[in-house]
Design a protein. Structure first.
Length: 99
Protein backbone atom coordinates (compact mmCIF):
# COMPACT_ATOMS: atom_id res chain seq x y z
CA UNK A 1 0.00 0.00 0.00
CA UNK A 2 2.83 2.41 0.87
CA UNK A 3 4.45 1.69 -2.47
CA UNK A 4 1.23 2.57 -4.29
CA UNK A 5 0.99 5.86 -2.38
CA UNK A 6 4.62 6.67 -3.12
CA UNK A 7 4.18 5.93 -6.81
CA UNK A 8 1.00 8.01 -6.87
CA UNK A 9 2.89 10.91 -5.33
CA UNK A 10 5.65 10.60 -7.90
CA UNK A 11 3.14 10.49 -10.75
CA UNK A 12 1.30 13.53 -9.41
CA UNK A 13 4.53 15.48 -9.02
CA UNK A 14 5.56 14.46 -12.54
CA UNK A 15 2.23 15.59 -13.93
CA UNK A 16 2.43 18.94 -12.15
CA UNK A 17 6.02 19.55 -13.21
CA UNK A 18 5.30 18.68 -16.84
CA UNK A 19 2.42 21.15 -17.10
CA UNK A 20 3.45 24.35 -18.80
CA UNK A 21 4.47 27.13 -16.45
CA UNK A 22 4.47 24.93 -13.36
CA UNK A 23 7.19 24.90 -10.76
CA UNK A 24 10.31 22.81 -11.26
CA UNK A 25 9.84 19.82 -8.97
CA UNK A 26 12.51 17.48 -10.31
CA UNK A 27 14.24 17.32 -6.94
CA UNK A 28 11.04 16.17 -5.26
CA UNK A 29 10.79 13.30 -7.73
CA UNK A 30 14.41 12.38 -7.06
CA UNK A 31 13.67 12.51 -3.33
CA UNK A 32 10.79 10.06 -3.72
CA UNK A 33 13.06 7.75 -5.70
CA UNK A 34 15.78 8.01 -3.03
CA UNK A 35 13.26 7.07 -0.33
CA UNK A 36 12.22 4.04 -2.36
CA UNK A 37 15.88 3.02 -2.74
CA UNK A 38 16.29 3.36 1.04
CA UNK A 39 13.28 1.12 1.61
CA UNK A 40 14.62 -1.47 -0.83
CA UNK A 41 17.99 -1.36 0.95
CA UNK A 42 16.08 -2.23 4.15
CA UNK A 43 17.13 1.00 5.83
CA UNK A 44 14.06 0.96 8.12
CA UNK A 45 15.39 -2.31 9.58
CA UNK A 46 19.18 -1.88 9.48
CA UNK A 47 19.47 1.91 9.88
CA UNK A 48 16.28 3.00 11.64
CA UNK A 49 17.63 6.26 13.02
CA UNK A 50 19.00 7.44 9.68
CA UNK A 51 15.85 6.31 7.90
CA UNK A 52 13.64 8.17 10.40
CA UNK A 53 15.51 11.39 9.64
CA UNK A 54 14.97 10.89 5.91
CA UNK A 55 11.31 9.94 6.43
CA UNK A 56 10.64 13.02 8.59
CA UNK A 57 12.20 15.25 5.93
CA UNK A 58 10.19 13.47 3.23
CA UNK A 59 6.98 14.09 5.18
CA UNK A 60 7.95 17.75 5.57
CA UNK A 61 8.57 17.99 1.82
CA UNK A 62 5.13 16.51 1.11
CA UNK A 63 3.51 18.97 3.52
CA UNK A 64 5.23 21.82 1.71
CA UNK A 65 3.94 20.48 -1.61
CA UNK A 66 0.43 20.24 -0.18
CA UNK A 67 0.69 23.88 0.90
CA UNK A 68 2.04 24.89 -2.53
CA UNK A 69 5.38 25.97 -1.06
CA UNK A 70 7.22 24.67 -4.08
CA UNK A 71 10.56 26.38 -3.54
CA UNK A 72 10.72 25.16 0.06
CA UNK A 73 9.71 21.65 -1.06
CA UNK A 74 12.44 21.67 -3.69
CA UNK A 75 15.03 22.68 -1.09
CA UNK A 76 13.79 20.09 1.41
CA UNK A 77 13.96 17.47 -1.34
CA UNK A 78 17.72 17.97 -1.51
CA UNK A 79 17.93 17.24 2.21
CA UNK A 80 15.76 14.14 1.73
CA UNK A 81 18.06 12.82 -0.98
CA UNK A 82 21.12 13.32 1.21
CA UNK A 83 19.47 11.74 4.27
CA UNK A 84 18.14 8.79 2.26
CA UNK A 85 21.58 8.15 0.79
CA UNK A 86 23.09 8.20 4.28
CA UNK A 87 20.43 5.72 5.43
CA UNK A 88 21.24 3.45 2.50
CA UNK A 89 24.95 3.53 3.29
CA UNK A 90 24.32 2.85 6.98
CA UNK A 91 21.98 -0.03 6.14
CA UNK A 92 24.52 -1.59 3.79
CA UNK A 93 27.24 -1.28 6.41
CA UNK A 94 25.03 -2.81 9.11
CA UNK A 95 24.03 -5.68 6.84
CA UNK A 96 27.63 -6.41 5.86
CA UNK A 97 28.83 -6.48 9.46
CA UNK A 98 25.93 -8.71 10.46
CA UNK A 99 26.98 -11.43 8.03
Amino acid sequence: MRKILLLSSVLLITLISNCGGGPDLRNTILAAEAMERARVAEAPIYAPEEYKIAKDLFDKMNDELDNEQYEDANNTALLVIDAANRAIQAARLAKSTEK
